[in-house]
Write a protein that binds this ligand. Structure first.
Ligand code: ZN
Length: 381
């Protein structure tokens, strides 16, 4: 009892509350999962699962890009079978940020804005963190990878590789990726935080030029740090583009008989919408659409790959009137975003709008999880 009193005295109030609530978490989780089961369709069981996230990508971003380039229909719509919507809010706000958005899409948990891979009731990860899809896939023996046009510790890649209360802790996110994650591949724009020596110490091979990228072979655990504009077809430096990275990432991961899970993020639809740079936003959206095309072409040839395309939130509050699109803000909006599916007749119904966190739960089921097994809580050591 004295020890407990001393614990109370020496611990911030919020941590005590967190610890008590977190202790009830696993019970609470299985209850939530049971409640959710009715609304979920059974997506089936797939060798490979590819999740593509257009950061900040609303419906009008794609329409505007199509108009600009005279494209009748983007690949992400013409090559997919089912078109629905994701409801993007976070735990504490109608308008999510990319950290909470990524956590919903990776862990099937709505957390607070700014937080990555942690429960809102235990945001300092005192007792438990939610398992993410990369960790779930790894537990099934699947290969796992992340490709993004952002740097490696951006909020979206962070959601699939780290657990932390603050998205701005880029060095800690990078440390978790390098030292603690079981990912087989992380390719991104450079953060400047990883050198050869650090990567090698933890079993990674650093690749940071086009020549090294072209030479890397399946079986190599690679950390990509590219200096160019990965988001554009012409990256402007010695660097591959997002669609090129996507094609090769699939090739790097698909040799394992247990299959693979790959998350691809087009980060600059969001970034160029924050700054209302419409020309660059459309370039980034078109490049992301080419990455989607590469993934679906692979899935068509493979026959047992599920491809899901969505966004974490809409950015820029784009409107459409008299044939004209325009930005109405430099921030995020709460609008529903596209949810597009190739490879399953049972992931969503046509036109269905589901909660962002439900997407992750159905992806977990597509990898083989039972309806009540995800979300899942991992005890913090
Ligand atoms: Zn944003």
């Amino acid at each position: 009892m004295l020890e407990f009193v001393n614990f109370i005295k020496g611990t911030p109030f919020i941590k005590i509350i967190s610890a008590i609530i977190a202790a009830l978490m696993s019970l609470n989780l299985s209850f939530n999962s049971m409640v959710n089961t009715d609304e979920a369709l059974d997506p089936g069981d797939y060798d490979n699962v590819i999740l593509m996230i257009g950061d900040g990508m609303g419906f009008y971003h794609i329409d505007w890009m199509e108009q600009e380039y005279g494209i009748e229909e983007a690949y992400m719509f013409s090559m997919t079978d089912y078109h629905g919507e994701s409801k993007t809010r976070s735990s504490n706000n109608i308008v999510t940020d990319s950290a909470a958005g990524a956590t919903a899409l990776s862990c099937a948990v709505r957390t607070n804005n700014g937080a990555i891979g942690v429960f809102p009731q235990d945001q300092y990860a005192v007792a438990y963190v939610p398992q993410n899809l990369s960790e779930l896939a790894h537990s099934y023996g699947m290969m796992t990878g992340i490709v993004t046009s952002d740097n490696n510790h951006g909020a979206t890649p962070g959601g699939f590789s780290a657990h932390i209360f603050d998205r701005d802790e880029g060095e800690e996110i990078t440390r978790q990726q390098i030292e603690e994650s079981d990912l087989d591949l992380i390719w991104s724009a450079t953060s400047g935080l990883v050198n050869d020596e650090y990567a090698n110490e933890y079993g990674w091979t650093l690749i940071d030029t086009t020549a090294e990228f072209e030479a890397v072979q399946p079986g190599t655990r690679s950390f990509g740090q590219f200096a160019g504009n990965v988001w554009a077809p012409d990256t402007g430096a010695d660097s591959p583009s997002l669609s090129t990275l996507t094609t090769k990432a699939i090739d790097m991961l698909d040799d394992d008989e247990d299959g693979f899970f790959l998350m691809v993020e087009g980060a600059h639809i969001d970034k160029h919408s924050h700054s209302n740079e419409e020309a660059n936003m459309k370039i980034a959206a078109k490049e992301f659409d080419l990455a989607v095309k590469a993934a679906i072409e692979y899935a068509k040839a493979d026959g047992n790959t599920l491809v899901v395309i969505t966004a974490d939130h809409e950015t820029g509050a784009i409107s459409y009137k008299n044939g004209e699109y325009k930005f109405n803000s430099g921030g995020h909006s709460g609008a529903n975003v596209p949810l597009l599916v190739y490879g399953s007749d049972n992931f969503i119904e046509e036109g269905e709008a589901i909660n962002n966190k439900e997407i992750a739960r159905r992806l977990a089921m597509a990898m083989g999880a039972a309806p009540t097994e995800f979300p899942a809580a991992i005890a913090v050591e």
